[in-house]
Design a protein around this ligand. Sequence first.
Ligand SMILES: *Cc1c(COP(=O)(O)O)cnc(C)c1O
Length: 388
Amino acid sequence: MNYNLKEDDHNRLHDYMQKAEERAKHFIGYPIARDFDYSELYPLLSLPLNNVGDPLVDSTYDLNSRSLEQEVLAFFAELFNAPENNWWGYVTNGGSEGNLYGLYVARELFPNGIVYYSEATHYSVQKNIQLLNLRSIVIRTQENGEMDYEDLRQMLQMHRDQPVIMLANIGTTMTEAKDDLGEIQKILRDLAIKNHYIHCDAALAGTYSALLKMKPGFDFTYGADSIAISGHKFIGSPIPCGLVLVKKNYKERIGRSVPYIGTVDTTITGSRNGHSPIFLWYAIKKLGKEGLKHRALTCLALAGYAIDQLQAIGVKAWRNPDALTIVFPKPSIKLRNRWQIATENEWSHIICMPGITKYQIDEFVAELAADIEEQKSLALAQRELQEV
Ligand SMILES: *Cc1c(COP(=O)(O)O)cnc(C)c1O
């Protein structure tokens, strides 16, 4: 392409790039790692890599990264204790696609199953249920965002004749609460429900929970039938990505051979990103399990520090056990916009992901303290005005 950008467009791009750099400095409200350096891989950006179709079956589209994707899948299969020789999966566009795939497999197994998921579940799940035209029941949550098992028991009891498709959260979006597979399975046993499927939405916390063997466990040995994670969250990637793993014998009901791509169409999308598996591969190989664990421990320590600092200025901050997510009463809209802080009802959160520094926490806490003072004097001034 022998063209150059026009000067206006060049300036426009330059401005955008500066803005993105600036916004990256105030980014503590979403669970996204920022400490990656993939510069060694930049030459690959000049190639149209595409992993279309099944990652375990060769394709005529040979300009792909299947071989590396397979190693990434094997790494997570081991991390999540997938049954040997009986797992399958692929690198997705993110946690949402992994959830869709898990529910898709569940529906193929149990077409008349009912999906049970808690109020605190990620919005992708409700949409996926709609896409798959599945029946579903929303379960209440406890105050910390974890599923209310008593409510689950009652709902399951009322529909004992229908297969159960459980969607368990391994780290909810707002409070990083974890549903307990042990509790869930106990209820299924008590009610003698034999036809069940458990999908774990481990998009947020799956990787570090498994690395540090956090409680409650959620992997295949704990009863999961499929697990979805996001790759751009804890591992980190410039392109959103994720990974889904299922028991292979389930998946065999899905996918047909397509002559045009010379492989099997077992995934949700057609073309699949060929670069994101390489980012994941690179991070896994470079850091190794030990490096990744160390990174997770650093985050946990920072989360502890952030809680202490927030409480020291009188903010009622709290977190779930082993969570990197810190929840506190929502600050002003100005501060929320500046730091890109997600808010639901009266609560906001920050998430101490890899790459967030103590310096950023200090800066945020100082601004929050000033923000609270400002809100107080505003409220005071308003009251005085009313009294006059
Ligand atoms: C982020 C997240 C998702 C969605 O993952 P994407 O990678 O954004 O598609 C689903 N569930 C939970 C709990 C999440 O935190």
